[in-house]
Design a protein around this ligand. Structure first.
Ligand code: CMC
Length: 436
């Protein structure tokens, strides 16, 4: 860590002496107060459940300006990446720090392509699951199980192991997600075809059958590639922090990424796209656009427990830039598939319009997030609702692994070990059972 840019003084009202703490400036974004010596100097911890004000690491990968609604991967605006680059270029950027030149791009494509197959034994793991298992339950299991196949790349402290496991994970996630889908519908698994693009290969593994040739639709291929780019990283969110914390114990990369998959599953995080689509289908089934006003009243009534899924974000207090790009993609995909009058899209637009004008949402700075439109796009493509979060996990794997590798390479990293404000019982003795 660099030397302090300036200092902060912490004083106490109970007569304890004040202390000085170093403050560091990042390249952009809020400065941070270094509290690492606080306990040693004062015997006190800080208290910040939910990490509302705590930077848990230093990172040079992704930057979000929540007030501006800006998202940068290694300095590049998401709008430029989504319109001028493809997903594997974005992977290169996140993993290695820069967009690739033509030679580097071809090299990465070659490496990823070479690792798209999974060990045939994985099929037997898959068969142990119920056919109706949630794909995220399957993914958590399968990703963790990868570590049992790659004993040659499980040493997180070895940079070569980290690099090859990054490539393996990025290459194999689409295969695993498609396998879990094919299993759920009882169709034979389709092996990867390496002359296709990353997104094209995934579409074929999902929707081809051995009985007929499959042609990748370039509009859908591009839309899916954009979904992957938009979900590739998002700085220190819950699943990424989970991956970092899990990896900080020195566990292998496959195990750490499996922990990220498990965290992503929750409806407040990656599960929101599934929850959002279910919400739209529910409103549609109960009266559609005519009922949006009634639904919004429920959302605003805190006692109902109903949220407008796909709205709100811990960091964005303005439009999530990914939501704007996703809305564009949504229009393109619906037009390509002749679904311009899709009732769920109309419903989503109607809800968004009300929310953007309603004081409840305006005063709380609640705007659409990436999940608001991504479900409609995925559903139009033919991806089942239960698989949405699996697609998110596939795309986020590169971000997880880039962040994990950054952490391991950071000389200041330590095993993550949060402290607590203890509110339980003081020491007490165990009574004999007859006297309790
Ligand atoms: N619908 C209705 N009210 C909301 C919503 C919503 N979607 N989101 C936040 N609020 C209200 C919340 O009740 C609170 O009101 P009050 O100040 O009166 O108590 C206020 O807005 C602030 O919300 P919060 O829950 O304190 O904010 P948070 O930063 O803890 O939560 C969030 C962020 C994303 C979990 C939350 O906005 C939410 O649950 N949204 C719906 C789920 C969702 O779309 N999640 C996807 C996030 S983006 C994809 C990803 O990164 O995984």
């Amino acid at each position: 860590m660099k030397l302090a840019d300036y200092k902060a003084t912490l004083s106490f009202s109970n007569g304890n002496p004040s202390i000085e703490m170093p403050v560091y400036q990042g390249s952009i974004g809020p400065d941070v107060v270094d509290i690492r010596k606080l306990y040693a100097q004062t015997g006190k911890f800080t208290y910040d459940p939910g990490f509302l004000s705590t930077a848990a690491c230093q990172s040079a990968i992704t930057y979000i300006d929540g007030d501006k609604g800006e998202l940068l991967y290694r300095g590049h605006p998401i709008e430029q990446l989504a319109t001028q680059c493809d997903f594997l270029e974005t992977c290169h950027l996140l993993l290695y720090g820069n967009l690739p030149n033509a030679e580097q791009k071809a090299k990465l494509e070659g490496r990823v392509t070479n690792h798209t197959m999974v060990n045939e034994q994985m099929q037997f793991f898959l068969r142990g699951f119920r056919r109706d298992a949630h794909p995220m339950a399957i993914m958590t299991g399968l990703v963790g199980a990868l570590s049992s196949f790659y004993h040659d790349s499980t040493d997180i402290n070895n940079p070569e192991h980290r690099d090859i496991s990054a490539i393996r994970l990025i290459a194999k996630m689409p295969t695993l997600v498609a396998m879990s889908y094919k299993y759920s519908v009882g169709q034979p698994m389709i092996y990867p075809q390496n002359d296709l693009s990353y997104a094209g290969n995934f579409l074929r593994m999902m929707f081809a059958t051995p009985c007929a040739p499959y042609k990748v639709n370039p509009v859908i291929e591009r839309a899916l590639d954009r979904i992957f780019i938009l979900h590739a990283d998002h700085e220190q969110n819950a699943s990424t922090s989970t991956v970092r914390l899990c990896g900080s114990s020195g566990t292998n990369p496959f195990a750490a990424i499996a922990a990220g998959v498990a965290c992503l599953w929750g409806p407040a995080h990656g599960g929101a796209n599934e929850a959002c689509l279910n919400m739209l289908e529910d409103i549609q089934a109960n009266g559609g656009v005519a009922k949006v006003g009634e639904f919004m009243e429920k959302v605003k009534d805190k006692s109902s427990g109903v949220k407008l899924m796909g709205f709100g974000h811990r960091v964005y207090k303005n439009f999530d830039p990914r939501a704007k790009l996703m809305q564009e993609t949504c229009k393109e995909v619906l037009a390509e598939l002749g679904l311009e009058n899709d009732p769920l899209f109309k419903l989503a637009l109607a809800l968004e319009k009300i929310a953007l004008e309603d004081d409840y949402f305006v005063s709380r700075k609640l705007y659409p997030n990436v999940d608001y439109y991504s479900g409609i796009v995925q559903r139009a493509i033919g991806i089942p609702v239960k698989l949405f979060t699996g697609i998110f996990a596939l795309a986020r794997t590169v971000g997880w692994i880039a962040q994990l590798n950054e952490m391991i390479g950071d000389p200041e990293y330590k095993i993550g070990r949060p402290r607590q404000l203890f509110t339980g019982s003081e020491r007490r003795d165990v009574l004999p059972i007859a006297s309790r």
